[in-house]
Design a protein around this ligand. Structure first.
Ligand code: GLC
Ligand code: GLC
Length: 816
């Protein structure tokens, strides 16, 4: 294991170990996987929320502050005149040792200064609304140490948008109580809230503060808070302004001695009953019960052990051993962790998503599910139903919904004509994973129906999605694009000339009957193929044939009107002119239609699929991935919209938009080209970026939404890590593509496509209760095509591993 510049993978521990705090950007991890979440950076920055980063934010964070990454979970150490933080920030005193271990659902800091070592473990226990900061202080020096420690966090008034903007109100509403050193944050609890927040410590405290101005000072900052510099807590009670939680602990440690205790941040739901013990004195019994639960270190240790066991169990559903350390690292651990995060948080809360902008995206969450369904199928089931319920009876969908209320909204636009089709992908993925077709009968109804008059099963939603697409075709028989498709910057009906207007909200796409999308056409083919397959499995041959007919019709429309000569067109604009064509001056070739038409099975026989992907190689591929289109737009094209608004090489204007790269990888694998697919895979794989990390800058353990393209002045630079559809799709590439392990209706299908120089690889897959230990050997240096398949030593025909009974361990040997 050679340590890299800022850190290294500790594969056995499933950790990324950051060894210096001044990373090229804050590097993030997430705590929690149920209803309680805490984004946490390698400097302990971040915040905590219950379910919804917009509507139930417990602590404050300051986005895009100077420096980056301000506010979080801080502990100050005052050792004589030296003040330092184990997370380096906010004081930034140089440490003798710093290590941040981002692991599965936890982050551990180990820091040392002048012989004092502090270890802080941050995690959220399973299914609890509590965040724990287990803290261990060790005197490693030869002298007695008298230390003063101060914890710090800043409360948020739950509704994060209001909290960050409406100071004429917020500066007057803050209320707290303190009892036994536990801070009870009770803003708005007196009136409409039935919940509050606590911040306590399991060790007796020597003082506290709850008033930010008293603790920090008006003209000081978090890097030099007054109370810490003075070494004396003020025991302040906040009345309005900005409530915080801080405890002072005085520790006297002999050489070699250590102390361990835990800070507890808890979200407590009281309900509407018994809110007060006396006028203005809250009933704290539930908060006290939380503190009691974690009073001794053993209970904290046990809670942490459960978190680790649960992760080990989840990840054991899919494990690989290949000759590629990048695939092993990402596939076994981090790619799955990222899929968990995107499933839970969609595009809501990260270093680039503020938690108040976007909720759960319709298209996003459907795709995220593809990388998650093998982890917790029961949660995936509920998610499919929740998403489907935000479709309207006409066929269009709300583009997003708030996780707290599950109600759809049009805050970030609507009229995206791809949304509804993604539901077919998520639903069939769920059924293939579980065999549970009963989900199709769930009566969820439509978002525009009254709550007591909901009618519409999931199966009817799928039918509607197909029908809506067919009924909304343009002059070439291709699907209308509406406001935009997956590329929500391809705004062919907006014609926006007003700089203060959001492209996502501008214009009235759905009125349009001309602009068409080849990407939606390809997606339709892919989705209708899945749907027909589902009907066949259900024994409904007539329906399967009907859908197959729709498929054929779409394929022929693409063949007739969607081929540009060397690649698939991207679209027709509102005037019927081609987009993504040799005849365009800029934006001649786009990536999405190449990926989706090939994945949709178009051009496999006549060589067009191959030619399209060759064109991708020629025009779009470079060392940091495939860019979205070429050549980039150098001018704003009002008829194309936001796509041409970004500077060349960034975002949708010819950046490497990582999310769409795996579509090309999967397309290549459909054609059997495992070598090129693997080369491309590495080009966007974060684990392959450690040697160029000062260029890449993003976390080397999770995918970013974008890497700057070849036309950018800063090629190869990543932005927007964590919450991207790249996670689910690259996991699909690894698990179902390279490894070829594909859940299916009649068993586990095995159809790998690998680099020819892989001599062999192994996969363990848990599927419907049985464990399949699969070994694939490749004696003849092939890419694809199983020649022989043995189940428990017995050869079988075909490539489907039949179901084994629950609990069985099955040995699978395959030869390419
Ligand atoms: C963002 C959006 C996603 C969209 C993509 C391409 O990642 O979350 O919905 O498809 O950008 O524009
Ligand atoms: C912008 C971005 C796009 C994102 C969208 C979400 O248009 O370019 O990637 O999906 O905003 O609202």
């Amino acid at each position: 294991m050679t340590p890299q510049k800022y850190g290294y993978f500790d594969d056995n521990a499933r950790e990324y170990v950051i060894t210096r705090p001044d990373t090229p950007l804050p590097w993030l991890n997430y705590l929690g996987q149920d209803d309680f979440f805490g984004p946490i950076t390698n400097c302990a920055g971040g915040y905590t929320f219950y379910r919804d980063a917009k509507l139930r934010r417990l602590t404050r964070y300051r986005y895009n502050d100077i420096p980056y990454d301000n506010n979080g979970r801080y502990l100050y150490v005052k050792d004589g005149d030296t003040v330092w933080n184990p997370s380096w920030k906010p004081v930034r005193t140089e440490l003798d040792r710093y290590e941040c271990r981002h692991g599965m659902g936890y982050s551990r800091f180990i820091a040392e200064k002048d012989g004092v070592e502090i270890e802080m473990l941050f995690f959220i226990p399973n299914e609890e609304t509590v965040e724990l900061w287990q803290t261990t202080v060790r005197n490693k020096s030869g002298v007695k140490k008298d230390l003063k420690l101060f914890s710090f966090l800043e409360f948020c008034f739950y509704e994060a948008q209001n909290d960050a903007t409406n100071y004429q109100r917020t500066y007057s509403i803050g209320e707290v109580e303190v009892e036994d050193g536990v801070v009870y944050h009770k803003t708005e609890y007196r009136e409409r809230r039935d919940h509050y927040t606590i911040f306590g410590c399991t060790r007796p405290v020597d003082g506290f503060d709850t008033c930010r101005d008293a603790f920090v000072g008006i003209h000081n900052g978090l890097h030099d808070p007054k109370v810490v510099l003075a070494g004396e807590a003020g025991n302040s009670i906040a009345h309005g302004w900005n409530p915080i939680g801080s405890h002072q602990l005085n520790l006297s440690l002999e050489p070699g001695a250590e102390e361990q205790f835990t800070f507890v941040l808890g979200y407590v739901v009281q309900g509407d009953e018994n809110k007060f013990d006396a006028p203005l004195v809250m009933n704290k019994s539930k908060g006290k019960a939380v503190m009691a639960k974690y009073a001794d270190n053993a209970s904290v240790d046990a809670a942490f052990e459960s978190v680790q066991e649960r992760w080990a169990e989840l990840l054991s559903n899919f494990q690989v051993k290949t000759p590629s350390k990048e695939i092993n690292r990402m596939g076994n651990t981090w790619n799955q962790a990222q899929c968990m995060a995107t499933f839970n948080l969609s595009r809501s809360a990260s270093m680039f998503e503020t938690g108040i902008g976007r909720g759960m995206g319709y298209r996003d969450s459907n795709q995220d599910l593809l990388g998650f369904v093998h982890l917790v199928p029961e949660k995936a089931r509920q998610r499919v139903l929740d998403i489907a319920a935000t479709q309207m009876s006409g066929g269009l969908c709300f583009h997003q919904y708030q996780p707290l209320t599950k109600k759809g909204n049009a805050d970030i636009g609507g009229g995206f004509m791809d949304d509804h089709l993604w539901l077919i992908l998520s639903t069939t993925a769920y059924i293939k994973e579980t065999g549970d077709t009963s989900i199709l009968d769930e009566n969820i109804g439509y978002a525009d129906q009254a709550d007591d008059a909901k009618t519409g099963t999931l199966l009817e939603h799928l039918e509607l999605s197909i029908r809506y697409c067919l009924e909304n075709r343009g002059p070439h028989g291709l699907p209308l694009i509406g406001h935009a498709d997956w590329n929500d910057c391809l705004n062919l009906n907006c014609f926006s000339t007003e700089a203060n207007e959001s492209f996502q909200l501008a214009g009235h796409g759905t009125n349009d009957k001309v602009a068409e999308s080849l990407m939606i056409a390809g997606l339709f083919c892919y989705a209708s193929d899945l749907f027909a397959e589902l009907y066949n499995f259900m024994g409904k041959a007539d329906d399967a044939d009907r859908i197959r007919g729709n498929y054929d019709e779409m394929v022929s429309a693409v063949e007739t009107h969607g081929w540009d000569g060397k690649w698939f067109l991207r679209a027709y604009d509102a005037f019927g002119n081609p987009v993504g064509s040799e005849t365009n001056e800029e934006g001649k070739i786009y990536i999405e239609s190449q990926g989706w038409c090939v994945m949709g099975g178009i051009g496999l026989e006549d060589g067009r699929a191959q030619q399209a992907l060759d064109s991708v190689h020629e025009h779009l591929y470079y060392e940091h991935g495939c860019v979205l289109q070429q050549p980039p737009y150098t001018n704003y094209h009002v008829e194309l919209g936001e796509v041409s608004s970004y500077p060349p090489g960034y975002k949708e204007n010819a950046g490497v938009f990582c999310h769409n790269n795996p579509w090309i990888h999967l397309g290549l694998m459909k054609l059997g080209d495992g070598d090129r697919a693997y080369e491309y895979y590495l080009s966007v794989c974060p684990a392959a970026k450690e040697d160029s990390i000062d260029t890449y800058r993003g976390e080397p353990y999770v995918y970013s939404q974008m890497i700057s393209g070849k036309d950018a002045p800063t090629p190869g630079e990543a932005k927007n890590a964590w919450l991207t559809g790249t996670a689910a799709w690259t996991f699909t590439t690894v698990s179902q593509g390279f490894c070829g392990v594909q859940p299916d209706y009649s068993g586990l299908k095995l159809d790998p496509c690998i680099p020819s120089d892989w001599p062999e690889f192994e996969v363990t897959r848990k599927f419907r209760g049985a464990t399949y230990n699969i070994k694939v050997i490749n004696p003849n240096g092939r890419n694809k095509g199983i020649q022989e398949l043995k189940i428990n030593g017995k050869p079988i025909e075909g490539t489907i591993i039949p179901f084994a009974e629950a609990g069985a361990v099955v040995t699978v040997e395959a030869t390419l």
